[in-house]
Write a protein that binds this ligand. Structure first.
Ligand SMILES: NC(=O)c1ccc[n+]([C@@H]2O[C@H](COP(=O)([O-])OP(=O)(O)OC[C@H]3O[C@@H](n4cnc5c(N)ncnc54)[C@H](O)[C@@H]3O)[C@@H](O)[C@H]2O)c1
Length: 341
């Protein structure tokens, strides 16, 4: 078991500095490198990370025999190539979401990680969120009963991205959560949406996945909306639960609501019941801190991450399926079953 893990962060514009800050604060981690192609970004962050070396060349990180892991926070189209470069140099990798722009690329990364016996983890931030973990526990311990369906809302005004649509920018969060909560691979996906602000880049997307068990997941993703909503609702036969990340003290609400099993065959209607509403306490730890700590533990103890490379492949498969469906104006698209690990 390694005493400490040295990490280098690649990509230091908007999101990378958050990762650098978190890794820098983990006692068992050492932030030894910061890398960005843009010198202005290096200069901006030098004062904050005094113990790290700064460079514009990822090769400097890869040739450092003391560096254990590379953290990739660059634009999505660069993820797979940089991750493979790092794995070829026998570094463990932590890749921002989504893992790659195609499932074939994502799979190549994961298979290379296996061949090199290195950890590949994807930043599916929300599956590490204590609120989402609590939802998963409620499902796994049977409190919600049989899961019928779930839906995610991720809406806001901005950030309008010029290089990816709302599906690829916002969707990985909710898709990773739905796949994890459902605990099975989806069999088909569909999406419809429209590009209002930039041609060919959808600002609003309504996505749908269907699982073999009949569970469906629905997504409303938009950066063109008056409301800031970050919510996931899960409907079970016994209870219903809402995870609301915009709330501070009420992240989770469990509703004792549902159908009443029909006692006799004569009654015409299915009755419903509406009982207590329960608000469990959810720890307020920053999810990104938990994600970074988890990666360091997995590298030090050679454990499989909760959001491992195969989870990353599955999310990209759903994104691909939804993208195909977007182009086909909402047609249902069967999903491949490539990710089996
Ligand atoms: N988990 C989350 O909640 C979350 C939130 C925002 C962004 N992200 C992800 O983080 C990643 C980065 O997002 P961003 O908004 O900071 O992107 P950005 O485009 O603002 O910044 C990327 C940085 O990477 C640098 N870069 C590109 N190629 C490089 C290379 N080969 N070597 C070194 N540096 C290189 C660029 O110079 C730039 O400074 C994306 O994958 C995005 O999806 C995740």
């Amino acid at each position: 078991m390694a005493d400490s893990v040295s990490v280098g962060v690649v990509g230091l514009n908007y999101w990378g500095p958050n990762l650098a800050r978190n890794f820098d604060r983990i006692p068992r981690a050492r932030l030894t490198w910061c890398c960005d192609l843009d010198d202005a970004n290096l200069d901006r962050h030098r004062p904050a990370f005094g113990s790290a070396r700064f460079t514009s060349r990822i090769e400097d990180l890869l040739s450092d025999p003391d560096l254990d892991a590379v953290i990739i926070a660059t634009p999505v189209p660069t993820h797979a190539a940089l991750a493979k470069q790092a794995l070829e140099a026998d570094k463990h990798v932590f890749v921002e979401k989504p893992l790659a722009v195609t499932s074939a690329d994502a799979r190549e990364v994961v298979e290379l990680g296996e061949a090199r016996d290195r950890i590949v983890m994807v930043d599916h931030l929300l599956v590490h969120h204590p609120g989402v973990q609590a939802v998963k526990n409620l499902i796994d311990e049977g409190t919600l009963g049989q899961i019928f369906y779930m839906y995610g809302n991720r809406q806001n005004l901005g950030i309008v991205r010029p290089d990816e649509n709302a599906l690829w920018s916002l969707g990985p969060h909710d898709i990773s959560v739905m796949l994890w909560l459902a605990g099975e691979d989806p069999v088909e996906a569909a999406a419809s949406g429209e590009s209002y602000l930039q041609p060919g880049i959808e600002d609003v997307v309504f996505g749908r996945v269907r699982f073999g068990s009949g569970v469906i997941g629905h997504l409303h993703l938009s950066w063109l909306d008056p409301h800031k909503i970050r919510r996931m609702t899960v409907i079970g036969s016994e209870k219903m639960v809402v995870f609301d990340d915009m709330e501070t003290e009420r992240k989770l609400t469990v509703y004792d609501k549902g159908p009443i099993a029909r006692a006799d065959t004569y009654s015409e209607y299915i009755q419903v019941r509406s009982g207590d509403i329960h608000i469990p306490k959810v720890p307020t730890t920053e999810p990104l801190k938990l994600v970074c700590e988890h990666f360091i533990e997995c590298v030090a103890e050679r454990r499989t991450p909760l959001s491992d490379g195969w989870a990353g492949v599955r999310v990209v498969e759903v994104l691909e399926g939804m993208s195909k469906s977007l182009a086909a104006r909402g047609e249902m698209v069967p999903l491949g079953t490539g990710a089996t690990a």
